[in-house]
Design a protein around this ligand. Structure first.
Ligand SMILES: [Mg+2]
Length: 185
């Protein structure tokens, strides 16, 4: 299968790193328990412009200092040996270098990497069979065109339910869903 895989809050814990640097920038002290929105910056009361300024300043450090989720690296290695792996992230091109370095540093292998906001179009163009992602909007868009999504469970995506949305709360569950989808392919 051709598997598309998101980075932030799917392969790695982006929430912790964002909170650390956004707290530093704002003087506030939010924790993971406060996060219930895919767009974490809204917690800080920032608009998009304020968020972009902070993100452009701290983004490199945020991305470099994010930790992979438990078992993500091991299972990605297994998937890489059996499938076509495309990393598909909505991070801006500004952070391509740190992203590639981070993947290398953590020994994560992949066949392609694409930085793009319109993941659905990218997945249709490159014939991705399944996307692994935490974004509730992606899960809903994919369901509309009958494409399966493995939704990496986060506080802000609990309300998404669809027969083509396979929920996973850890990488062991991701692997089980991939194995199941592989038997149907
Ligand atoms: Mg994500």
């Amino acid at each position: 299968m051709h598997i598309g895989i998101d980075l932030d809050n799917t392969i790695l814990d982006a929430t912790s790193a964002h909170l650390q640097y956004y707290n530093q920038a704002s003087g506030l002290s939010f924790t993971a328990d406060d996060v219930n929105d895919f767009y974490l910056y809204r917690l800080y009361g920032w608009d998009k412009t304020e968020r972009d300024a902070i993100y452009n300043k701290y983004g490199h450090d945020i991305h470099w200092n994010s930790a992979p989720f438990p078992m993500a690296v091991e299972i990605l290695q297994q998937l890489f040996n059996q499938h076509q792996i495309s990393i598909i992230t909505a991070r801006p091109l500004l952070f391509l270098d740190v992203t590639v370095k981070w993947l290398k540093h953590h020994n994560i292998n992949y066949h392609n990497i694409t930085l793009i906001e319109n993941k659905l179009q990218e997945c249709l163009n490159s014939k991705v069979d399944v996307l692994i992602d935490d974004g509730p909007h992606y899960a809903e868009e994919f369901a509309l065109v009958n494409k399966p999504v493995i939704l990496y469970e986060q506080p802000y995506n609990r309300s998404v339910t669809n027969v083509l949305v396979y929920r996973a709360s850890n990488w062991i569950e991701v692997k089980k869903h991939i194995d199941y989808l592989g038997t149907k392919a």
